[in-house]
Write a protein that binds this ligand. Structure first.
Ligand code: C2E
Ligand code: CA
Ligand code: CA
Ligand code: CA
Length: 279
C-alpha cells in the first residue's frame, strides 16, 4: 500500500472505475439537490436575424453546489435520466421557467418566447404531457410562446410514443425544435412525420464557418432543406461577427451564441430583454 496521497490514487484508478464513482457520487447528491433546490436556470437570448431583436431565451440548467461551484448539465443529466430523477428535475425546470416568464411579463416584456430542453427519455415518461398541460394552465402561459428542444435520437427512438406526445402538445400550440441538428443519425423520413417547427444547427457546424467550405456547404444545405419543409432554422454557438454575416447571407432565421450573450442568471438577462437589441 502507498502513503503518498490522493494524487497517485487518481493516476492509477482505471478510467471506467473513476467514471462509475463519479456517477454514484452524483446520484447520491441529486436527491439532496432536489430537496434543497440547488438548481438554477440560466438564460441565453436567441436573436431574430430579420430585425436583430431578441426573439426568445433558452433555459439552461445549472446545479449550484454550495462550496463546490457549478456542475454542468452535461455531467448530471445523463445520471438523472438513468436514476429516474429526471422526471422531478424536468418538471422543476418547466415550472421555474414559467414562473420567470410570468415575472418578465409583469415587467412589460411581453414579446418573449421560451425554449426548454428535454432529454431523450424525459418527455416519454408517463404523464409528461399531462404535467405540461397542468403547468400551462396553472401559470396561464401562452403555449404558442413555448418551444421544447429535443434531439434527433430523442425524437425518433420509440417513434410511436414520440409521435403521440408531440402531437398532443403540438395541438395545444407548443412547438418542437430538433436540437444539435446534423449530429444524429436519424432519418429525415422519420423527422418529416413528426410535428416539428424548426431545427437548431449544431455548434460544431457554425465554428469555423468562415474557413471551412464543408461547414458552409452543410449549413447552406440544412437551411435550404429546412425552408422547403417549412421549418425555421436556429444557429447555435455563434461567436464571431463573420459567422453572423455568413448566416444572414445564407438566410438563417435565428442565431444564438457568445457573440450576443453567454447564458445569464435571471436578474442579469432581464436588462437585455428590456433593451431587446444587443448588437
Ligand atoms: P444545448 O441544448 O445544445 O445547449 C447549448 C450549449 O452550448 C449550452 O451549454 C450553452 O451554454 C453553450 N453555448 C451557447 N452559446 C455558445 C457559444 O457561442 N460557444 C460555446 N462554446 N458554447 C455555447 P450548457 O448550458 O452547458 O448545456 C449543455 C447541454 O445540457 C445542453 O446543450 C442541453 O443538451 C443540456 N441541458 C441544459 N439544460 C437542460 C435542461 O434543463 N434539461 C435537459 N434535459 N437538458 C439540459
Ligand atoms: Ca438546446
Ligand atoms: Ca448543441
Ligand atoms: Ca444538446
Amino acid at each position: 500500500a502507498k502513503e503518498n496521497g490522493k494524487n497517485d490514487f487518481q493516476i492509477f484508478m482505471p478510467y471506467m472505475l473513476m467514471k462509475n464513482l463519479k456517477k454514484i457520487e452524483i446520484e447520491k447528491n441529486l436527491k439532496k439537490a432536489i430537496e434543497e433546490d440547488q438548481f438554477q436556470l440560466y438564460y441565453q437570448p436567441v436573436i431574430s436575424l430579420s430585425d436583430m431583436e431578441i426573439h426568445s431565451v433558452e433555459a439552461l440548467l445549472r446545479w449550484v453546489l454550495p462550496e463546490k461551484g457549478i456542475i454542468s448539465p452535461l455531467e448530471f443529466i445523463p445520471v438523472a435520466e438513468e436514476s429516474g430523477f429526471i422526471v422531478k428535475i424536468g418538471e422543476m425546470v418547466i415550472e421555474k421557467a414559467f414562473l420567470d416568464m410570468k415575472e418578465w411579463e409583469k415587467k412589460g416584456i411581453d414579446y418573449l418566447h421560451l425554449a426548454i430542453n428535454l432529454s431523450a427519455r424525459q418527455f416519454k415518461t408517463k404523464f409528461f404531457e399531462n404535467m405540461v398541460q397542468k403547468l400551462i394552465e396553472r401559470y396561464s402561459i401562452d403555449p404558442t410562446k413555448i418551444s421544447f428542444e429535443i434531439t434527433e435520437t430523442g425524437a425518433v427512438e420509440n417513434f410511436d410514443v414520440s409521435l403521440r406526445i408531440l402531437s398532443f402538445l403540438c395541438q395545444m400550440g407548443i412547438k418542437f425544435l430538433i436540437d444539435d441538428f446534423g449530429t444524429g443519425y436519424s432519418s429525415l423520413i422519420y423527422l418529416k412525420r413528426l410535428p416539428i417547427g424548426g431545427v437548431k444547427i449544431d455548434r460544431s457546424f457554425i465554428t469555423e464557418l468562415e474557413n471551412s467550405k464543408e461547414n458552409r456547404a452543410i449549413v447552406e444545405g440544412i437551411i435550404l432543406m429546412a425552408h422547403k419543409l417549412d421549418l425555421k432554422v436556429v444557429a447555435e454557438g455563434v461567436e464571431t461577427k463573420k459567422e453572423l454575416e455568413i448566416l444572414k447571407e445564407v438566410g438563417c432565421d435565428f442565431a444564438q451564441g457568445y457573440l450576443f450573450s453567454k447564458p445569464l442568471p435571471k436578474t442579469e438577462i432581464e436588462k437585455l430583454l428590456i433593451a431587446r437589441k444587443i448588437i
